[in-house]
Design a protein around this ligand. Structure first.
Ligand SMILES: [Zn+2]
Ligand SMILES: [Zn+2]
Length: 745
């Protein structure tokens, strides 16, 4: 934690000339720099755990570059070297020098290997070579230049997939080819823009654009760019990633390239909106997608298209008698983190592509539904093949199932069907998005593929047929606590949608965990019909029930006191959300409970819920990212919790507390728990996992022992979500409740 402690590199000595002389003398005997000299390379100690677990700071790229005579730093440079990005930036319309923050590289010992980090993601490994290691080039600076891409080999991968893999065409076939989309393509023969549709054979480019301003298509230059030669890289200052991609497409014998900044007229708002929401068609129909996976911005070259832009897969160096090799991080790590892997739009582009040609600083991969190829020279450091460790594509499973089952939909109401949705949403929401307003657009392509399989529309990112389950998403931000205010909720989306959240969300770790662990039957709905109110429509949400979810128990008991729901007057304009939900539900004032912050350091942020006045812990809350502070404040302001001693909860017969019906909306600032569903759990205390906090004696096991609630706050007649929770049914039955129409914005 304490950075100054782990900083091993001292300041540059003042007596520089003396230092240089003594350093050069020293290097004859021990060619390691002053940082690496502190590392222990002797083979007999390598397998033992490192004495000091803290990371060793190696310094910035420039620091490493200066230590040219250090053998170990050369091995590190192989993993972080980004020569091409530091020179010859060719930016049109560039406002000031790019603000690239200086990354400091760190070293961590892991078994007998050193791991190199850039602060957040792993860059690669330096470890002793095994005896069967094939010869690899030494890491001298003259050797740090890899080969060009083997075009013939890449072509053979593509044609093998095209001709032999029956499954690899289906992403387009089953989903997206029914109505081709009008698109603009770059003709790499005539160097101009052409009008086409997604049924044309074309290659798509997925790259990191970053925040640099660059050449793009506008309404004003569109006509000019359609003339032959207008996009000639010699004449037009295109970002390096794009000019390289044009070259590569031509080298591979293809003619058309789709790339966002040229293929989307950037100031044509209406058409841009259509294109952004149809990425499933654009990437799903691409013959293949070129992914520039280790790029930091649009001026990063595509590695291996031009000489000197790629590094060898591994390099070796003998240090103190041990043969070490330096090899880059696996593709899985690169596509899960890193500058490309951490972007939400890029996640969607990769998942929607049928075939990917992934270019990294060290190697080229070809991924399709049936095969993985790479041109890395395997050094086989272990029996495994780290160079082939690639991430899977969750959507590919859907595609395969659809073909195998003659295109019938998978059972989405099963546990597996919902877990797939959860996996995709979690992976998507933990990735960064520069414009929060695009949160649903960047998921729309994935949503379109799921819609085909699930057979239902998506309402603000939630599958309509699984609506009751999907409403129970929980914020899974780990660094969120009352002391670190999280960014506010996005006003562009309704509070009931995860799209309004700034951070990662999950279902399987929130209130839904009980249903997903148990399977069937997991949840029973407790609300009345849910209506969706958009600016020009008011209609019921078509929820479906299945193994995980049961309809409201005995339709009479749950629906008898429902007020009839006719289209209500729209709420005041200022408070109107893009999509408002109307439903009748049982609610209880939050002030009848007490809250206490709990355990935000150990994973998902949670709060304990105490029944009052007994002060016994009856459940937990998952506050939404933006509402931690508010709920924590209300927790400390509320009545202090009595000592967790004896006071038993007054025994109450089920449903004994009165339920009144309310007509007028609560006053501004009123906070309530809204009862959504009832969860079936076996062993409430064990399931709650709150240790001694949970009052297991007061809240014993019962068959449907837990209630799923949403915590809301009313403003201007509209309730906004603050979080979700699970409390014991006995605690709920002991408080005063109201049945009312909840207007959820
Ligand atoms: Zn060094
Ligand atoms: Zn294939």
């Amino acid at each position: 934690m304490n950075k100054s402690q782990s900083r091993n590199s001292g300041p540059e000595p003042i007596r520089k000339s003396f230092f240089r002389r003594s350093q050069s003398i020293y290097q004859l005997k021990n060619p390691l720099c002053y940082v690496c000299r502190t590392l222990d390379f002797r083979s007999d100690t390598l397998s033992s755990p490192s004495k000091n677990n803290k990371n060793i700071i190696l310094g910035t790229y420039d620091d490493l570059l200066q230590r040219t005579s250090c053998q170990f730093c050369q091995l590190v440079l192989h993993l972080v070297r980004r020569k091409e990005e530091t020179v010859d930036l060719c930016i049109v319309d560039h406002d000031g020098p790019s603000k690239r923050t200086e990354t400091k590289y760190e070293l961590r010992k892991f078994g007998d290997a050193f791991e190199i980090y850039d602060g957040s993601s792993i860059q690669g490994y330096i470890h002793p070579a095994t005896k069967d290691a094939s010869p690899v080039p030494p890491a001298t600076s003259s050797n740090l230049s890899g080969s060009l891409l083997d075009i013939g080999r890449i072509r053979s991968w593509i044609s093998e997939c095209e001709l032999k893999h029956v499954n690899c065409g289906i992403m387009e076939d089953s989903l997206v080819n029914r109505e081709p989309l009008d698109i603009l393509l770059v003709d790499v023969q005539n160097n101009c823009l052409v009008k086409a549709t997604t049924s044309q054979q074309y290659v798509a480019l997925s790259y990191v654009r970053s925040n640099i301003r660059m050449f793009h298509t506008t309404k004003s230059n569109y006509k000019a760019l359609r003339k032959d030669g207008a996009l000639d890289p010699q004449k037009t200052k295109l970002p390096k990633a794009i000019s390289d991609a044009m070259r590569l497409v031509a080298m591979l014998g293809e003619r058309y390239l789709w790339v966002d900044c040229l293929s989307i007229v950037q100031d044509d708002i209406m058409r841009k909106h259509v294109q952004l929401n149809n990425m499933n068609k654009i990437f799903g129909n691409a013959f293949f997608t070129i992914i520039s996976a280790s790029a930091t911005d649009a001026n990063t070259r595509l590695h291996g298209v031009e000489p000197g832009t790629r590094l060898p897969y591994v390099v070796a160096e003998t240090i103190q008698g041990t043969h070490f090799i330096s090899r880059p991080a696996n593709l899985r790590a690169l596509l899960d983190q890193g500058s490309y892997g951490s972007l939400a739009w890029k996640y969607q582009e990769r998942l929607l592509s049928r075939r990917c040609l992934v270019l990294t600083a060290h190697q080229a991969y070809f991924l399709c539904l049936s095969s993985v190829h790479t041109d890395a020279t395997s050094c086989k450091p272990n029996a495994s093949h780290p160079e082939l460790d690639v991430p899977s594509n969750p959507l590919a499973g859907i595609q395969l199932r659809r073909t195998l089952k003659a295109k019938t939909s998978p059972d989405i109401f099963s546990r597996g069907g919902f877990l797939l949705y959860d996996e995709l949403v979690h992976a998507f929401t933990k990735r960064a998005l520069s414009h929060p307003v695009e949160r649903l657009s960047a998921f729309a392509g994935i949503g379109a593929v799921l819609k085909e399989s699930y057979g239902s529309a998506f309402l603000s990112g939630l599958p309509e047929s699984l609506f009751d389950l999907a409403l129970l998403w929980a914020s899974s931000a780990t660094d969120d606590s009352p002391t670190t205010p999280s960014p506010p909720r996005s006003p562009h989306f309704p509070s009931w949608s995860w799209a309004s959240q700034p951070g990662p969300i999950a279902h399987a770790t929130g209130p839904l965990a009980s249903a997903l662990q148990r399977g069937s039957p997991g949840l029973q709905v407790e609300t009345g019909p849910i209506y969706l109110h958009k600016p020009h429509s008011f209609r019921p949400v078509e929820r479906r029930y299945g193994a995980l979810l049961q309809p409201p128990r005995g339709s009479s008991s749950s629906t008898a006191c429902l007020p009839s729901l006719s289209p209500p007057p729209p709420p005041p304009l200022a408070r109107r959300s893009p999509a408002t939900l109307y439903f009748s539900a049982c609610t209880a004032r939050l002030e009848q409970f007490s809250l206490r912050a709990y355990d935000w350091a150990a994973g998902a942020a949670r709060m304990l819920v105490y029944a009052m006045p007994s002060g016994r812990c009856c459940g937990k809350l998952w506050p939404d990212a933006g509402s931690w502070g508010e709920l924590a404040a209300s927790a400390s302001a509320s009545a202090s919790i009595p000592a967790l001693a004896s006071a038993p909860v007054p025994a109450s017969a089920p449903g004994s507390a009165p339920v009144s019906a309310s007509a007028s909306p609560p006053a501004d600032g009123t906070r309530e728990m809204v009862l959504l569903s009832r969860a079936h759990v076996e062993g409430v205390a064990r399931y709650m996992d709150l240790g001694y906090h949970f009052a297991a004696d007061a809240f014993p096991d019962t068959e449907w022992g837990l209630l799923n609630v949403m915590v809301v706050e009313w403003r201007g007649g509209v309730a906004e979500r603050l979080g979700v929770g699970q409390i014991h049914v006995a605690a709920w039955e002991a408080v005063e409740k109201e049945r009312k129409v909840v207007v959820l914005g």
